[in-house]
Design a protein around this ligand. Structure first.
Ligand code: CA
Length: 290
């Protein structure tokens, strides 16, 4: 597929997700920024030409290997700890925190959440795991060694994705915002609008912090984006279609969309899977030839 086609496809997917929101899927989410009042004064004589947006880098995933994944897991967060995966699984009555064997996909241990909690993003901060919830405004803190719950945080927004860059937490909530939080107190530190080519982008879901950038997948698409976290600008796009076979796609349950990104900094590989996907993929992102 040619470069222009890939850009158009990815933009169409992003626009489709924004349109779905506008049609009422999530009526609480604002799509447009608050604009200043309209001025009636004489417009300035000099026309201002907007600065052209730089083209994003385009990537495709190259699959190194794939492994079995629990097709009952409505995965919301994926973390690589150097030896195994930590995974957060969602849905009311089915949410849990689990440790997963990377080769067999076997669940090695699991802590179930109470049925009133819908688990979402997950990240590892030193020896603690932080797991956020969708609309319950509570994050659970676990000792990663024992899986014992050792604390909670409260917050005001929805909870979608979470990652830790070694200094701060980044969090998504389905709105076109990327939030920065304190890893020790969960206090909101700052937020930036999430944009692509100047347009607001909602539905940023699972996150992964990698080398100063934030990677995340856009819910209900096969697009993974790379974000400059200081500005919220999307500066890279991954066209992650076609990881599953046609037969696997045909057998997917409703809502079984791409979700879940982890990174192994030693091997410099990403891991990608999806909600109720039967496989998890070890990939590298290769830049598309221009
Ligand atoms: Ca992740």
């Amino acid at each position: 597929m040619r470069l222009r086609s890939v850009i158009i496809l990815c933009m169409a997917m992003l626009v489709a997700s924004a349109t779905a929101l506008a049609m009422g899927d999530s009526p609480d989410i604002a799509l447009t920024p608050t604009l200043p009042p309209t001025h009636t004064a004489t417009p300035p004589a000099i026309a201002v030409t907007p600065t052209p947006m730089p083209d994003p880098q385009l990537f495709i995933p190259e699959v190194i290997e794939s492994y079995p994944h629990d097709a009952d897991s409505f995965i919301q967060g994926l973390v690589w700890n150097g030896e195994t995966f930590y995974e957060s699984a969602g849905l009311y009555g089915e949410s849990d925190l689990r440790e997963v064997d990377p080769i067999t996909g076997e669940v090695l241990r699991q802590v179930d959440l109470a049925p009133e909690f819908f688990a979402e993003g997950l990240t590892l901060v030193d020896d603690k795991l932080i797991q956020i919830t969708w609309q319950e405004h509570i994050a659970f803190v676990y000792d990663a060694e024992t899986f014992e719950q050792v604390g909670t945080f409260e917050y005001d927004t929805d909870g979608w994705g979470l990652c830790y860059d070694g200094e701060v937490l980044y969090m998504s909530d389905g709105t076109p915002n990327l939030y920065t939080r304190d890893p020790q107190t969960f206090e909101l530190l700052s937020q930036v609008p999430l944009t692509f080519q100047g347009e607001l982008v909602p539905n940023l879901n699972e996150l992964e912090c990698v080398d100063g950038k934030v990677w995340g997948n856009i819910w209900q698409t096969d697009v993974i984006v790379r974000i400059e976290p200081s500005t919220g600008e999307i500066d890279g796009l991954v066209d992650a279609r076609n990881l599953l076979s046609a037969e696997e796609v045909a057998g997917l349950a409703g809502g079984a969309v791409l979700n879940g990104i982890a990174y192994d900094p030693e091997a410099e590989v990403f891991y990608i899977t999806g909600k109720k996907w039967p496989r998890l993929f070890k990939v590298t992102f290769t830049e598309f030839e221009r």
